[in-house]
Design a binder for this molecule. Structure first.
Ligand code: SF4
Ligand code: SF4
Length: 434
């Protein structure tokens, strides 16, 4: 039974307190009831630190600490992000797939939805539980948040004294990404190297990327096409997040073990009902990702992989895969690390204004490698070889890391089911690595 609000031990607060207001009125009976009911019975007495400080709403966890959050706590966390002016973007169900869109609350998450993935196949399924993150990555990666499919670079218009150029202003928004998987974090790190890690910084990417708040989710159920464990990129997030959740569905109430990755994450948690995570919670969270590692749908042998590809530029397998490949570009569009783009100029009918746009492109198109007199890679054999060799070999020379994070999207969304892990294995089958 819930204690009266007056002696519940939590500092009294009313809506708007987070903006600096104060109030002696407590209107959080439902939350306190939850805390003193389900959570207290599960974790034991609420920690004294949470009751003592008049100015501390909840104990602020240390960076790298782990705490326990109930489903209501996650809802509160998202609401605080929205109250703070963040555009909260996360997974939701639309058109038979899990895509990324603006979230109004946890009810917009794919509640009780799972997925089945195989080469050329993607289906949603109803789960037997109310998991919020019980699926693997969908067709969209987060690269579209920082490297959108199409952006305007600038506009030119005729002025009295000649052409007037209007550049695009930098993006000014507060973005919070919810449910980011470990492979996705690694892919963002790869794209950071490409767009802002060198001498030439992409200003648009930098303005979209700056200050993003990341709530990661450690994977519990990889799909049939996942192989992040082979690539060393998952299923547990190792950095690049403000908070990282592991969803626990058994052994107690629906709850999350939350790892704090930054000061911003700790500050946010200080405003949300939470409790210390116990040894049992840690063990349960570790078991989730250990099971995911054991259940990867695919595997890739990455030993000496750069040499493997460089030594096999004339392997007959390239011609075989080219017979199946449609050159549709799906694999590059869904890939979270692919970054090819092209520029397109258009004018209005009166010739008064001209616009330059940057759009996603793909190394699978003939035009992408077109130079004077023709395309450098005129055959599908050459284009597929270029894509895979860049991903798994020359990317390492360029950026010091693989261009593949093992998300499996290119396998799932290839209409003819071409499988990057099978292609790499086929090369290796003929060329034993010392
Ligand atoms: S190459 Fe395929 S598996 Fe690797 S990151 Fe890109 S889409 Fe994912
Ligand atoms: S490998 Fe598959 S997804 Fe990629 S271009 Fe060829 S047919 Fe399309």
């Amino acid at each position: 039974m819930a204690r009266p609000a007056a002696d519940c031990g939590s500092p009294a607060r009313a809506p708007g307190l987070w903006a600096g207001e104060s109030s002696n009125r407590c209107d959080r009976r439902r939350t306190c009831s939850t805390r003193d009911g389900i959570l207290a019975s599960f974790i034991g007495p609420w920690p004294a630190a949470g009751r003592a400080g008049a100015s501390m709403v909840h104990p602020r966890p240390d960076i790298n600490a782990s705490v326990l959050l109930l489903r209501d706590g996650l809802a509160s966390l998202l609401q605080h992000l929205r109250d703070d002016g963040y555009l909260v973007v996360g997974p939701t169900v639309r058109d038979g797939a899990i895509v990324h869109d603006q979230l109004r609350g946890i009810e917009d998450l794919p509640v009780g939805v799972g997925d089945e993935q195989a080469p050329g196949r993607y289906r949603l399924r109803r789960r037997a539980d109310q998991a919020l993150f019980g699926y693997a990555v969908g067709p969209q990666s987060h690269k579209r948040e920082f490297f959108p499919p199409s952006i305007r670079l600038f506009q030119l218009r005729r002025g009295a004294g000649g052409p007037v150029l209007t550049p695009e202003p930098p993006i000014d928004r507060k973005l919070a990404l919810i449910g980011v998987r470990s492979c996705e974090l690694q892919a963002i790190a790869v794209q950071d190297r490409v767009f802002v890690g060198g001498h030439h910084v992409d200003a648009d990417y930098a303005s979209r990327r700056r200050g993003v708040f990341v709530v990661a989710v450690n994977c519990g159920e990889p799909s049939g096409t996942c192989f992040c464990a082979s690539m060393g990129t998952g299923p547990r997030a190792s950095g690049g997040f403000d908070l990282a959740l592991t969803e626990l569905l058994s052994g107690g109430p629906h709850r999350f073990v939350v790892e704090v990755g930054s000061a911003a994450g700790a500050d946010l948690l200080a405003r949300v009902e939470h409790a210390p995570a116990s040894e049992a919670d840690h063990a349960a969270a570790s078991a989730v990702t250990a099971a995911a590692t054991a259940n990867m749908g695919r595997h890739m042998d990455t030993r000496d992989i750069k040499s493997l590809f460089y030594a096999n530029q004339e392997h007959p397998r390239w011609a075989q895969v080219a017979e199946r490949c449609l050159g549709c570009t799906n694999c590059t569009l869904v890939c979270p690390t692919c970054f090819c783009s092209t520029t397109v100029d258009t004018t209005d009918l009166a010739g008064a204004t001209a616009t330059r746009e940057r759009r996603w492109d793909s190394c699978f198109t003939l035009d992408h490698s077109y130079v004077h007199g023709g395309s450098v890679r005129p055959s599908l054999r050459a284009r597929y070889r270029q894509w895979l060799t860049h991903k798994l070999a020359s990317w390492i020379d360029q950026y010091g890391t693989s261009g593949c994070v093992g998300c499996g999207r290119c396998i799932t969304w290839c209409p003819v089911g071409i499988d990057i892990t099978e292609e790499a294995a086929a090369l290796r089958a003929d060329v034993p690595v010392a």
